[in-house]
Design a protein around this ligand. Sequence first.
Ligand SMILES: CC(C)(COP(=O)(O)OP(=O)(O)OC[C@H]1O[C@@H](n2cnc3c(N)ncnc32)[C@H](O)[C@@H]1OP(=O)(O)O)[C@@H](O)C(=O)NCCC(=O)NCCS
Length: 177
Amino acid sequence: MKIETFEIQYLQEAKDALKSAFFRKESDEIFNEWEFAERVLRSEGYLPGLCFIAREKDKIIGYNALTMASIGESKGLALGPLGVRQEYQNQGVGSCLVKESIQRARSAGYPWIVLLGGAYYSRFGFESGQPYGITVSDNPFENAHIQILFLDDKVKNEVSGKLIYCDAFYDERGNLL
Ligand SMILES: CC(C)(COP(=O)(O)OP(=O)(O)OC[C@H]1O[C@@H](n2cnc3c(N)ncnc32)[C@H](O)[C@@H]1OP(=O)(O)O)[C@@H](O)C(=O)NCCC(=O)NCCS
């Protein structure tokens, strides 16, 4: 398995991988992450060179994106959507995608990476955004899921306030998708 930089010709296969990761037959309510990924890739938030695929032989088996974000006055990156084909999960693919994303963000000089997510991310050094006063909406549930990884410890005292994703993350009323 290897990690490669995403290129637009991989779009359909990357969406298929995300669909395999997120689709559950028993739920019609599930958020459509694969169409959302395309929406982001076609927006100004897409940063060529900071979206990744995992490839096993000729098959794309995982995907992760980093996109532009800000918290208060500070500019950084947001992680996701992240997904690994169901049959390849729990084999380290997601970890490789996240680690490569972190390394590339660090090399590019970004000070932090933020995401909305669960327990999976603490193993990479992500910590709760709450002690830093980071919010994403008026919804306490969403705010409780903010996690941040500081790539530059010097900015820790400066990063606080509202997390703003690129436009593709919001509906026409300005609500987070
Ligand atoms: C979450 C996901 C990206 C992880 O990738 P992966 O390649 O399966 O995971 P890895 O092999 O790198 O890591 C496996 C470890 O993560 C844990 N893990 C996997 N999914 C997890 C989750 N949702 N929450 C907490 N831990 C999780 C596993 O229990 C395992 O733990 P261990 O190392 O202690 O045994 C992948 O399972 C996936 O695509 N899931 C469905 C889509 C999804 O939930 N995406 C993330 C949205 S926030």
